[in-house]
Write a protein that binds this ligand. Structure first.
Ligand code: PRP
Length: 177
């Protein structure tokens, strides 16, 4: 770590333990709920999904959807865009959406509406990080790693203007805009 690296909010070891805990809970809950499909919301969830998926000791598939609401800006525009859709239909599948962060909740409100219309057997949400103080739209969260304060968090998939995603820990920066 250098003086220019973001300040640490959640160290890598703490994230690792939490991911294992979430994977254990998910494995218990989905033992009798097959087929299971994890859907990663790109880009931010790619590292969390990779770690979570490998720690769930159940057969499951993985797919991705890309949504965007922030672009290069620090705050959400409030308008969610579908950038890339799933590869496969989800009808009859037990779907678990995997997010890196829930902030206003607008991305998940859009996504649960979109996917719910495709008739999955069930639709639940797992997010690593949640900012309760920023919520604008109510969406039930089934698995939450960490509730955090209203800081701009980066690392472990999270970005600021597409930077810092590959940091092993979750840190925070002070956005300039
Ligand atoms: C981030 C994050 C969530 C969303 C949460 O995505 O990955 O999908 O914002 O914000 P909300 O609860 O206010 O909707 P972003 O649009 O920054 O795209 P990215 O995942 O490609 O970084």
């Amino acid at each position: 770590m250098t003086a220019l690296d973001p300040a640490v909010l959640i160290p890598a070891e703490v994230i690792g333990r939490k991911v294992t805990e979430l994977a254990d809970r998910i494995a218990r809950d989905y033992t009798a709920r097959q087929p299971l499909l994890l859907i990663g919301v790109l880009k931010g969830s790619f590292i969390f999904l990779a770690d979570l998926s490998r720690r769930i000791p159940l057969p499951h598939r993985v797919d991705f959807i890309a949504l965007s609401s922030y672009g290069a800006k620090a705050r959400s525009s409030g308008e969610v865009r579908l950038v890339m859709d799933l590869r496969q239909p989800i009808e009859g599948m037990h779907v678990l959406i995997v997010e890196d962060i829930v902030d206003t909740g607008r991305t998940l409100a859009y996504l649960t509406h979109l996917l719910g219309a495709r008739k999955p057997a069930s639709l639940k949400i797992c997010t690593l990080v949640h900012k309760p103080s920023r919520r604008e739209v109510e969406v039930p969260l089934d698995y939450v790693g960490f509730d955090i304060p209203d800081k701009w968090v980066v690392g472990y998939g999270l970005d600021y203007a597409d930077q810092y995603r590959t940091l092993p820990y979750i840190g925070y920066v002070e956005p300039g805009n």
